[in-house]
Design a protein around this ligand. Structure first.
Ligand code: ADP
Length: 507
């Protein structure tokens, strides 16, 4: 609070001096004026003047006139006015109060009476200034609160119920629906934006709140001023206050984009499901039939050697197609989250032994040297045995496939008490540095593969990655010292000795 000064105005020089001396003796800062005009000028110029002691009878602008001027001119500014009069009696006192004075002293007055009255004036002014400061703080807080509410991405509102009318709505209401929010206040204009098909739903939700439900929510559609239709979600709560009409407060969230994205996602999932259905029935079944037919034809004695060669090639091609369809099906199911398998505790070492047994004939044919370590102890992980086997099978068969004749393939399983690691290392063609970052992407094949293996879809490692990640594991590549490749997977060590409850299987 700034310093407060006293303005003393009296045309009688002696009285004025006495007044000034006394006030200064009590520690006040005093400004003096010998007539009404000078007093008015001082009031206008010195904003620290908080108390005015003014003689009623002055030439020109008299004391009462000065009171009136001050009251009319200073709206916000607070001044405590004490009027000095020579006349006793209620009449002159009433005149003073009517002109806007706060207190009254009849000359001659006792100095201690003047002192007491000035002190009252100071107290009143102090309180008024404090109140004004509080009001400013309150207004600033309210402004901040409104700015905050208006900057939110949702419509914040408050409404009276019975009958329903909005008492407050944040600016977002105008942004979403167009026009200004004022048209919603003290009315139920909101309802006119609700699409007719949703009116009953909204009325039902309102009825719940009217009946006293502590909170309620509802999804519906609104038509904006420009004709756009928005999908919104309302969430409202009762305001529990004893005074005033019953009210609810709520937020309205524009979920149009979210809803659209969900619908698109659901449509994509459906397309994927349709594809799986189509591929499994319309492609895989007839292809399997063709392969069997071709195998039967191969078993027949008749036919020229050329013809038998054609049949064998056709059988191989149909088999490759079946593999491709199966891979596409796996990808589609894994991506759509519909292939979860049956998670259970399995021994990765045992799965690897099975895979190596199966692949033995190919390894032998390629004259590779195969070494395995860590397969004679249990390395327990949680996962679907069939799917984990597919992972190992893919890594080992890639090593065999991308290693020219007479190479060396090492398989190693270890565990550090937290993770089981499986590494498959070969002395093959390796992966060019530029291709390493993309190895686990869908359909990716490095440019150097054509040297050894032209057949391939680039789906195997992608499927492997999806399965490993579903099992909360990691997969990565490291160049092997020989120039070949080293693929590693790490899976969490199974902590329980019991098999997990067998539940979802692939759809
Ligand atoms: P595909 O073998 O059908 O091409 P994969 O997804 O199994 O598909 O492998 C993707 C690519 O990763 C391969 O085309 C090849 O470029 C590279 N790759 C995978 N394994 C090896 C490996 N052991 N040695 C060299 N390159 C490999």
């Amino acid at each position: 609070m700034s310093a407060m000064k006293i303005l003393a105005a009296d045309d009688d020089a002696l009285s004025l001096r006495v007044l000034q001396r006394s006030l200064e003796k009590w520690g006040h800062e005093v400004v003096t004026a010998t007539d009404g005009n000078l007093a008015w000028k001082a009031l206008l110029e010195d904003l620290d003047i908080g108390v005015m002691i003014v003689d009623v009878n002055m030439p020109g602008v008299d004391g009462l006139e000065l009171c009136r001027l001050a009251r009319e001119a200073f709206g916000e500014r607070v001044i405590y006015i004490i009027v000095l009069t020579a006349k006793r009696g209620a009449e002159s006192m009433l005149q003073g109060f009517a002109a806007g004075a706060d207190d009254f002293l009849t000359k001659p007055f006792r100095p201690d009476e003047l002192r007491a009255r000035v002190e009252v004036g100071f107290r009143v002014i102090g309180l008024q200034r404090m109140l004004a400061d509080r009001m400013l703080e309150h207004e600033a807080a309210e402004r901040r609160y409104r700015e905050l509410v208006n900057s939110l991405d949702v419509i914040v509102w408050e409404a009276e119920i019975n009958p329903w009318r909005h008492r407050f709505m944040s600016e977002q209401g105008a942004k979403l629906l167009g026009g200004s929010v004022s048209r919603f206040i003290d009315s139920d204009a909101w309802l006119s934006h609700v699409l007719p098909a949703d009116r009953a739903t909204v009325e039902e939700y309102r009825r719940l709140l009217e009946a006293g439900a502590p909170m309620a929510g509802c999804d519906y559609h609104l038509m904006a001023e420009d004709g756009r239709v928005l999908t919104v979600r309302d969430q409202a709560r009762q305001v529990f206050e004893e005074k005033g009409p019953r009210r609810v407060r709520g937020v309205t969230i524009d979920v149009t984009e979210r809803r659209r994205a969900r619908e698109q996602f659901e449509a994509a999932l459906k397309m994927q499901a349709d594809f799986v259905n189509f591929a499994s029935h319309q492609l895989r079944t007839p292809l399997t039939g063709i392969k069997w037919m071709l195998e039967l034809a191969m078993g027949e004695e008749d036919g020229s050697p050329d013809m038998r060669g054609f049949v064998a090639d056709s059988r191989d091609a149909s088999e490759r197609l079946i593999v491709l369809v199966n891979d596409l099906l796996s990808v589609s199911r894994l991506e759509g989250g519909r292939m979860i398998g049956t998670p259970a505790r399995c021994n990765l070492a045992q799965l690897m032994r099975d895979v190596l047994d199966d692949i033995q004939p190919v390894v032998r044919k390629s004259e590779h040297q195969l070494e395995a370590t860590g397969l004679d102890v249990e390395h327990a992980v949680m996962g679907d045995a069939q799917m984990l086997r597919q992972v190992l099978q893919n890594l080992v068969s890639n090593a065999v496939k991308y290693t020219p004749h007479g190479g060396r393939i090492q398989v190693e399983i270890t565990n550090d008490g937290a993770e089981v690691r499986c590494a498959v290392t070969d002395t093959g063609i390796g992966v060019p540095e530029s291709a390493r970052a993309r190895l686990f992407e869908k359909f990716f094949r490095a440019e150097n593969v054509s040297k050894v293996e032209t057949e391939g879809t680039g789906l195997g490692l992608y499927i492997v990655r999806l399965i490993v990640e579903r099992a909360h594991g990691r997969i990565w590549f490291e160049p092997a010292e020989s120039g070949g490749s080293r693929f590693l997977i790490a899976l969490p060590l199974a902590t329980t000795s019991e098999a997990a409850p067998a539940s979802p299987v692939e759809v």
